[in-house]
Design a protein around this ligand. Structure first.
Ligand code: G3I
Length: 450
């Protein structure tokens, strides 16, 4: 278990109860304010932790204290009699491996309740690498993170090195980046990604050779013959896969080929110019370039869109029947804190593992604000998100060992998620806060591995 020493010292300074004091002609005095009741700290890191308590009836604010001694004489700035409106607080800029004492009391106008019980919390050591705190050290499958070259340094790098053993380029290993103009490859960003991974002993999952949403304009508007088009796609795939042979262990060769809710192939430029069997051709070219690389088909809504999933499984079964190279299927897993259900995820996962193929939960993020009803991540919603992450990991952890490839999280910190721009409102779908501290969702991932 994480070496967090959280001893609840129930030194009840005073537990005020709601007293109704009658005096004289039965007039009832103002009820005394009830003190907050603290249970445990959460999201404890080497420099921070969170505390939340139930709203106190009648309180219009709270006062919190943090000290290094139980007698509350050695206060920690700025948490001395600090006033706040919310019944939760995240205490930051703390020292690693240090024991702190926290208390709170309710406020109404200028009256105060008794102090709450005192929480004793010890922050993690600075380079806490206990198995319980690192995702990769706790899983028997690869734990991946979507990365961008500009972030392969600083705290991003520290977290990657501590917790992850696989990466996927979020956008810099797609065709529009690697093949920006005709007969002009630009592998600089892909090289930087792969070189960083190799230098850090981290695997690379290639994403994505063919995707209608990352096709360079010159390819979309190609004016040559279909035969010439097919030849240039074959050359692109073989050039790219050969370049990273032995370095990139797996590729999403084609991404998102099926329409939503119909099971028909998207009418992409690849289908138009190469035919319905363009996926087969791309898989075969990939295999010809690298006999060992793992070939994946990747798509979204694979749990909630049974028509798309059925079309995918039918294609995969056909490939297996005809000896078309395929090693696995990626379920992107862009889901929400309350949907889909664990049972539906389990059933959908089984349709791939029953074929003996690898299954990759390839782009996991868990929307905490799908209905845009929050302006900040509440404890209640963070708890719901933690439970969903736990369910996803429990499902994945239970699939046959022979089908385990990995779970990839689609972004490190909440403030970096693609979802904010995509949906146009705030969300907190990932495992780390903006300050790189692990969230309850991170704990949920670890819990799912138990
Ligand atoms: O970093 C550059 C910045 O320097 C530049 O100023 C700016 C404007 O050109 O572009 C920035 O790069 C953008 C990048 O995201 C980082 O924000 C790219 O233009 C933009 O195309 C890229 O979008 C990515 C998108 O795929 C398209 O490649 C998203 O990050 C990425 O999350 C998204 O991921 C996809 C998966 O590949 C497939 N499944 C769906 C998922 C979400 O759409």
């Amino acid at each position: 278990m994480r070496n967090i020493l959280v001893q609840l010292s129930m030194t009840i300074v005073a537990s005020a109860t709601l007293l109704l004091v009658s005096c004289g002609e039965g007039a009832i005095e103002e009820p005394e304010l009830v003190a907050p009741s603290l249970t445990e700290a959460s999201e404890i890191t080497s420099t921070s932790f969170s505390v939340d308590w139930d709203f106190v009836e009648g309180a219009d604010a709270y006062q919190v204290d943090l000290a290094k001694d139980e007698a509350f004489t050695d206060f920690v700035s700025p948490y001395q009699e600090s006033r706040q409106s919310f019944s939760e607080v995240r205490l930051t800029d703390l020292e690693a491996g240090t024991t702190y004492y926290f208390r709170a009391r309710s406020i109404f106008r200028d009256s105060f309740s008794q102090y709450s019980n005192t929480l004793e919390v010890t922050t993690l050591t600075a380079n806490d690498s206990e198995p319980g705190t690192s995702l990769k050290n706790s899983a028997d499958f690869s734990v991946g993170m979507a990365v961008q070259v500009a972030r392969l340094n600083g705290q991003h790098e520290e977290v990657l090195q501590r917790e992850f053993n696989q990466i996927t380029s979020e956008y810099e290993m797609k065709m529009n980046i690697m093949y920006p103009s005709e007969s002009n490859f630009d592998f600089s960003r892909a090289d930087a990604t792969v070189d960083w991974a190799l230098a850090n002993g981290i695997e690379v999952h290639g994403h994505a050779l063919i995707w209608h949403n990352a096709t360079p304009g010159w390819v979309e508007n190609y004016s040559g013959t279909d035969e010439a088009f097919e030849a240039l796609i074959e050359d692109y795939i073989k050039t790219t896969v050969t370049r990273y042979k032995g370095k990139v262990k797996s590729w999403d060769v084609v991404n998102e080929a099926f329409e939503d809710n119909s099971g028909t192939l998207r009418n992409s430029v690849f289908r138009q110019k190469m035919g319905d069997d363009y996926l087969e051709k791309c898989h075969r070219w990939t295999r010809e370039a690298d006999p060992d690389v793992l070939i994946f088909y990747n798509d979204y809504s694979m749990v909630i869109d049974p028509t798309k999933r059925r079309a995918t499984i039918a294609m995969v079964e056909d490939f297996l029947d005809r000896g078309v190279p395929i090693d696995g299927v990626g379920y992107q897993m862009h889901i929400s804190h309350d949907f889909p259900t664990k049972a539906s995820i389990e059933a959908a996962a089984g349709e791939v593992t029953d074929l003996g193929l690898l299954l990759h939960f390839s782009e996991l993020d868990v929307r905490a604000n799908p209905n845009n009803d929050l302006q900040a991540l509440t404890t209640q919603r963070a708890v719901s998100q933690q439970a969903k992450v736990r369910e996803v990991v429990e499902v994945y952890n239970a699939i046959p060992e022979t089908s385990k490839f990995g779970i990839t999280i689609w972004g490190m910190k909440d403030d970096e998620t693609w979802l904010t721009d995509f949906w146009g409102h705030p969300d907190w779908p990932l495992l780390y806060n903006a300050d790189f501290s692990p969230k309850r969702a991170h704990t949920g991932f670890l819990e799912g591995l138990q």
